[in-house]
Design a binder for this molecule. Structure first.
Ligand code: CMC
Length: 427
């Protein structure tokens, strides 16, 4: 097979290199296109555009495959610990015991946050959305640790990664606890990373904390499933913000904002609100299926469809099984799980969804688990952010290590041509 592509622009033919990925995906290298032809490509939403070469995550949307650094998501979700997966995503290999212990101990050493951050938190209205608060507080951390901004060497990067892996869970726990009016603390560093997160969130001041293994295991699994998803909206945001040499914290803060949207990570909150609305409306799933298909109705079946998956999202399959297990172990009989299963069945048999290859995505069942764990709706996307943190870090590191140029797309200008200024009296 030729390793070149040919592009004919008017009467000029240009040869372009073909890039072959390790799973044989093909890309046309257009990096010199404009220099050679004065032409750019136009691809709104970047549906056909690769922004980088990456060795972190492989995703085959047609076959429903997801792998982190070569390991299948199914195996990682079954066997791994979230902190191991974080190390794997960032550094490319599973850590040995010594490396993992060192990472946890370094995280623990960095697990103090300036108490003034609490004052900032306290000044947000109680009604503020937790994603907005988390993004702001992540950005605010920079003011308390300006040296973490300009990191270039591998050692400095490691310090910044450990710092943010240590501090974000505390911020998440604080945001959650403040909503519930509970005191804010710093957790228990005799515990593992996920165990500590759950304790920081759920410990009550008037009773001894007893770890709930169902809760810890479910959160561990969800965090792993959210760990990375190659060049999604928030990760691309982190890479593009970082490409201007903004620091890690600023880049992650921007990633959190991107994740917040309902078409991205915010879908998990939107799914649960949708399922609750259907339940309150008598559980008539057919009515909502019809709304989803009606082009004059803005309603979409939240938790369905994906830019890349044109088959089952493998994460959704794992989460569906986990949702059944968690509800069973906790003895919860939640009617919205049945509504969700009913919607899924109808959608998978419906021509509209079949034609458009719309399947349940990662967000369809995750909210049902979070609800069973008594995590409020507004916190769902925050949990997603906690899981996506190592993915964002891994991409930020890869982008900086590859010395990628500043991200700066072009455009086709469609505005006015040159015209003369008119004085205000004449307008
Ligand atoms: N309900 C009804 N119709 C849909 C849906 C849906 N959930 N998703 C896509 N469609 C239709 C869409 O109207 C369009 O129809 P047509 O070809 O007739 O105009 C077609 O399917 C293609 O959709 P699109 O919006 O062009 O596809 P996209 O790749 O730009 O968008 C998506 C992908 C995920 C934003 C979209 O499927 C969606 O809005 N889903 C609901 C929100 C959601 O669950 N988001 C979570 C995504 S996964 C997790 C994450 O990214 O964080």
């Amino acid at each position: 097979m030729s390793d070149k592509a040919k592009l004919k622009i008017k009467d000029k033919e240009i040869e372009l290199d073909l890039i072959v990925g390790s799973e044989n995906e093909l890309g046309i290298d257009i990096s010199a296109l404009r220099a050679n032809s004065n032409v750019i490509t136009l691809d709104p939403g970047y549906k056909n555009t690769g922004s980088c070469q990456s060795s972190i995550t492989f995703l085959d949307g047609e076959k429903g495959i997801l792998r982190y650094r070569g390991y299948s998501i199914e195996e990682l979700a079954e066997k791994a610990d979230f902190l191991e997966v974080a190390f794997l995503l960032i550094y490319g290999e599973l850590p040995n015991k010594k490396q993992l212990d060192k990472l946890l101990s370094d995280i623990n050493e960095n697990s103090l946050i300036d108490e003034d951050i609490k004052k900032i938190l306290e000044n947000f209205p109680k009604s503020a959305h937790p994603m907005g608060i988390l993004s702001s507080l992540t950005s605010a951390l920079i003011a308390f640790d300006p040296l973490a901004v300009d990191v270039n060497s591998e050692d400095d990067m490691y310090d910044a990664f450990v710092n943010i892996l240590a501090k974000i869970p505390i911020l998440v726990a604080w945001v959650y606890r403040r909503r519930r009016g509970l005191p804010l603390d710093y957790g228990d560093y005799s515990l593992g990373y996920v165990e500590n997160i759950t304790k920081m969130m759920f410990q009550l001041p008037n009773s001894e904390y007893v770890q709930n293994d169902t809760l810890v295991n479910a959160i561990n699994k969800l965090l792993i499933l959210h760990g990375d998803h190659e060049q999604n909206c928030s990760t691309s945001t982190v890479r593009i913000v970082g490409s201007s040499h903004a620091g890690l914290f600023a880049s992650i803060s921007a990633g959190i904002s991107a994740l917040w949207g309902r078409l991205h990570g915010g879908a998990n909150q939107a799914v649960l609100e949708m399922l609750e609305a259907i339940e309150n409306d008598g559980g008539d799933t057919k009515k909502y299926m019809a709304k989803a298909k009606d082009k004059s109705d803005p309603f979409r079946l939240m938790g369905f469809g994906h830019r890349v998956y044109k088959n089952f999202d493998p994460r959704a399959k794992i989460i569906k099984v986990a949702a059944d297990k968690v509800l069973d172990e906790l003895g919860i009989d939640d009617p919205i799980l049945e509504i969700a299963k009913g919607l899924e069945k109808e959608a998978l048999e419906d021509q509209y969804f079949v034609d458009r290859k719309l399947y349940p995505n990662v967000d369809f069942y995750s909210g049902i688990i979070y609800k069973a764990l008594k995590i409020p709706n507004e916190m769902f996307t925050v949990m997603f952010a906690l899981g996506r943190l190592p993915g964002w870090i891994a991409h930020w590191r890869e982008m900086r290590k590859n010395k990628e140029p500043i991200g700066r797309p072009r455009q086709i200008y469609t505005g006015e041509n040159l015209r003369n200024f008119t004085n205000i009296e004449s307008r």
